[in-house]
Design a protein around this ligand. Sequence first.
Ligand SMILES: [Zn+2]
Length: 293
Amino acid sequence: MYDLIIRNRKLNKMKVLLVVLIVILIILIILTSVRMVKMYEVSKTINEYNIWLDKFNKEKAKKEEAEANRFNPLTENELTQISNIYKSQDGKRVFLTFDDGPSTSVTPYILDLLKQENIKATFFVLGVKAEANPDVLKREYEEGHFIGNHGYSHKYKEIYSSSQAVLDEYNKANQIIRDAIGNQNYNSLVFRFPGGSSGGPYHDLKQQAKELLKQNGIASLDWNALTNDAAGASSKEKIMQSFYDTVEEKNSVVLLMHDAADKILTYECLPEMIKYFRDNGYTFQNLYDVIGR
Ligand SMILES: [Zn+2]
């Protein structure tokens, strides 16, 4: 009898021990599992971070490459895109272009208005004016407008003395732009011939110069609508008449205007022109949108 009690006690002790062991084992399994889950989560986070870092670095490299290539000579395809600018697009678009500046008496007012209206325009600047008013030019650039090139002198006898003279004036104006904006990589890429790229006594020479510019990756651009602000329109009414007559029903408008020192009337007409384009469903673009850089 006593033996049996002793045996039962031993058995009970064994049972308790077994239960304790099982409990310890379960706790160990739980702790190990929790640790494994945690480790998995940490490695997952590290993995996700590495993927993000890789993507970030790739995008950064891409941006740096685009910035470095931004001022490379235009490619054949980009030159074609500029020469096709008047072809009708899916939607309506307008390029506001200003020649013969920058000036201190008109350009800042135009820049204020463009800023207020959130419009990016294109300025074909003259080297001789950029040299005189570098701060205004710098502002144009910093506010996201396209800085095109209108040569240095605007003196037909000088610039149209040879096709090389056209390229030389382009380069001279280009260097002045670089110095003014503080970016020695800058290349204006698009040239607007003083007086337009065809017709007149220098027509043949202009065609040769156009080819020479092209060979150097530089496009040239005229216009298909104008305010006549440089050639006789002496009142707001006349400017607006020329504007409406030439804009007509065009889907892709390249509008010629001037921001030279005496062109305050152009500035005064701008709000009405902007309103017309907005009311008629045009989007405002500049040449960066065409080149795609
Ligand atoms: Zn001009």
